[in-house]
Design a protein around this ligand. Structure first.
Ligand code: PAF
Length: 281
């Protein structure tokens, strides 16, 4: 596996692969890899000729009071996982490579970036869309792989790809959970043992919602209230939002019909976790 630190070097490598007619798969990450990331790598390897994984803790997607500085990092371990998974290149640029002095250009996906997580993390999706567009331009992938846990993120990236005519297929891969139901996230590493246990209310709430809908519930307000009451029964949990929305517009779903995304964000201490389930009615 090649470890690439500069934009110029990454472009040369990708250009060479394209000349050889090899399809490039791309998995953008912020590192501290877990099974969720590795499932994206496996999908990329299965569907493309060469796989590039990016590890870059992107400063522009963190708010001033968020966890940019303490975001977990372990490059050595990550590189070992990626090597074992058969990744062709690890792209690990410095912040100055991606945002040179005087940097001023940002991408905004209007109408989607300010909903759900965007409400409590202003500027977050502007940072995500910007870095992903830059990475797409540098790597030039045929396909890029994202996890369904970040449902709003994938929607925004898909929208950006369509709106800007990007020549890349955005592939959404299933959310991966621990055996007890907790959605995998690099931020789970922040949880103390009591918070880790408490965090199971998220998947419990979402599972309850799936069952309620299977039993005939069609009122979005009642569904959201039911999930909230399960989470509120856990003293360590503090709800940021629980919403049932249209998966394409992220507007609240008045009644439960067609496709519905039930998404939530909940704090356990200072750790903010997200989770979601897609309902097909
Ligand atoms: O999902 C993430 O890890 C990040 O938001 C991404 C897509 C790598 C952009 O920094």
């Amino acid at each position: 596996m090649k470890i690439v630190r500069t934009v110029a070097e990454m472009r040369i490598l990708a250009r060479q692969w394209r000349r050889e007619g090899r399809g490039i798969g791309f998995v953008p990450t912020m590192g501290y890899l877990h099974e969720g990331h590795l499932s994206l790598v496996r999908e990329s390897k299965a569907r493309t000729d060469v796989t590039v994984v990016n590890i870059f803790v992107n400063p522009t997607q963190f708010g001033p009071n968020e966890d940019f500085k303490k975001y977990p990092r372990d490059l050595e371990k990550d590189a070992a996982y990626l090597q074992a998974a058969g990744v062709d290149a690890l792209f690990h640029p410095d912040a100055a490579e991606i945002y040179p002095p005087g940097y001023r250009t940002y991408v905004e996906v209007e109408g989607l970036q300010d909903k759900l997580c965007g409400r409590s993390r202003p500027g977050h999706f502007r940072g995500v869309a910007t870095v992903v567009l830059k990475l797409f331009d540098i790597v030039g992938p045929d396909r890029a792989f994202f996890g369904a846990k970040d449902a709003q993120q994938v929607l925004i990236i898909r929208r950006m790809a369509v709106d800007l005519d990007l020549d890349v297929e955005v592939v959404t891969c299933p959310l991966v959970r621990e055996p007890d139901g907790l959605a995998l996230s690099s931020r789970n590493a922040y949880l103390g043992p009591a918070e880790r246990k408490a965090a199971l209310v998220l998947s419990t709430g979402l599972r309850w919602a799936e069952k309620a809908v299977a039993a005939g519930e069609r009122d979005a307000g009642r569904l959201v209230a039911g999930i909230r009451s399960i989470i509120e029964a856990e003293p360590l949990a503090r709800i940021d939002y629980v919403e049932a929305v249209d998966p394409e517009t992220l507007d609240p779903a008045a009644d439960l019909r067609g496709e519905v995304l039930v998404a939530l964000a909940v704090f356990f201490g200072k750790t903010r976790l997200i989770d979601n389930v897609r309902l097909h009615l």
